[in-house]
Design a protein around this ligand. Structure first.
Ligand code: F6P
Length: 366
């Protein structure tokens, strides 16, 4: 049960950093759960920028019987991608001086729920230290680079979008016996490329964590394309490339094409999916995770907890269990430390991912 504590100040929610499908579903969940507890909710516009500028808008409405409701539009919101509150990457938030106006806004709030990826959670951690008001984070980033959580809101939808796009590209690739390099988002983390390569049955996958230089990458792709067409008589080759591999796709396919030579008779093409991967209607899983993390976040704020993230993670040492067996709370300092390790490659999770992909390299080629 969420304890009822009388306090007229509203709970605030903001979405920050790169948007992720499912953010609106979290906004809906937080507004409804808090309203059901008699706690008014305001949405902060444009992430930390709106918090600095005091741009708050009500998400709950007083009913004639004295209870609180939410705008009926809220029901529809959960099925829409992007974020209705807007988002931003706010550079002023990087320093205590820059954050000072936000700390002042915080005094008028009962609590703040921050929905976003690592940059946003770092901002939440800083605010929690500088303000008396409880701050709770919810992981939302398509990249799957947030520590201490089995998933982040948006990852599942992004993967579904990538798989659908690759299926469509493969239709035309098969028609012409072509090879396609498909680049997907993931600046610091190659998870989307790795997971999509498995799901689409791609012939190869490229991600920054492999640590390969350009010549090695070109040689490995040439081998994959030759093997697939000349020895396995395939009609298409699909190569997933993470954005973190910084060689531009156009240069990559030109170099592979040159090495194959004109006589090989196969076109190598490139498609960069870019921001397409970040939009679209959230999947069932992202909406469901959003709802359950939203519930846990409101409960944490109303219990006066702060400087924590609610994670989609069964209980592990160092985490605080919640009534939902799939949701555990972790201190934001630990989350940010694990996120850094995920990105710099020192995390056992990243090392296991890389080893797994090395193990299945031969399987992908079949
Ligand atoms: O949301 C994370 C991410 O999708 C990265 O993979 C990507 O590099 C980045 O956002 C790009 O975001 P923007 O173009 O909005 O700065």
């Amino acid at each position: 049960m969420i304890p009822f504590v009388s306090d007229a100040r509203p709970l605030a929610i903001l979405t920050s950093g790169g948007d992720a499908p499912g953010m609106n579903a979290v906004i809906r969940a937080v507004a409804k759960v808090a309203a059901s507890q008699g706690v008014p909710v305001v949405g902060v516009e444009d992430g930390y920028t709106g918090l600095l500028e005091g741009r708050l808008r009500p998400l709950t409405v007083p009913e004639s019987d004295g209870s609180l409701g939410v705008d009926p539009e809220m029901d529809f919101l959960g099925s829409v991608g992007g974020t209705v509150l807007g988002s931003a990457r706010e550079l002023r938030f990087l320093t205590p001086e820059g954050r000072a106006p936000a700390v002042r806004t915080m005094a008028s709030l009962r609590g703040l729920v921050v929905v976003g990826g690592n940059g946003s959670l770092a901002g939440a951690h800083a605010l929690a230290a500088e303000s008396e008001t409880p701050v709770i984070g919810i992981p939302a980033s398509i990249d799957h680079d947030v520590g201490c959580t089995g998933t982040s809101i948006g990852v599942d939808t992004a993967l579904n979008t990538i798989v659908a796009a690759c299926d469509a590209i493969c239709d035309t690739a098969r028609a012409h016996r072509r090879a396609f390099v498909v680049e997907v988002m993931g600046r610091d983390c190659g998870y989307l490329a790795m997971a999509a390569a498995v799901a689409t049955g791609a012939e190869a996958v490229l991600f920054r964590e492999q640590g390969r230089d350009e010549d090695e990458i070109v040689a490995s792709l040439e081998r994959a394309v030759r093997h697939a067409f000349a020895e396995r008589h395939k009609r298409r080759v699909l190569i997933l490339k993470a954005e973190g591999v910084t060689i531009p796709c156009t240069r990559l396919v030109r170099r592979v094409q040159q090495r194959l030579g004109e006589g090989f008779g196969v076109d190598v093409r490139a498609t960069v999916l870019g921001h397409l991967v970040r939009g679209g209607r959230p999947s069932f899983q992202d909406r469901m995770v959003a709802g359950r993390l939203g519930l846990a976040a409101v409960a944490a704020v109303l219990q006066g907890e702060s400087d924590q993230m609610v994670a989609w993670q069964a209980i592990v040492p160092g985490g605080t269990p919640t009534p939902d067996s799939a949701v555990t709370r972790f201190g934001l300092a630990r989350v940010l430390e694990e996120s850094r390790a995920l990105v710099d490659g020192s995390s056992p999770i990243t090392q296991r991912r890389v080893r797994m992909m090395e193990t299945i390299e031969g399987v992908l080629g079949l």
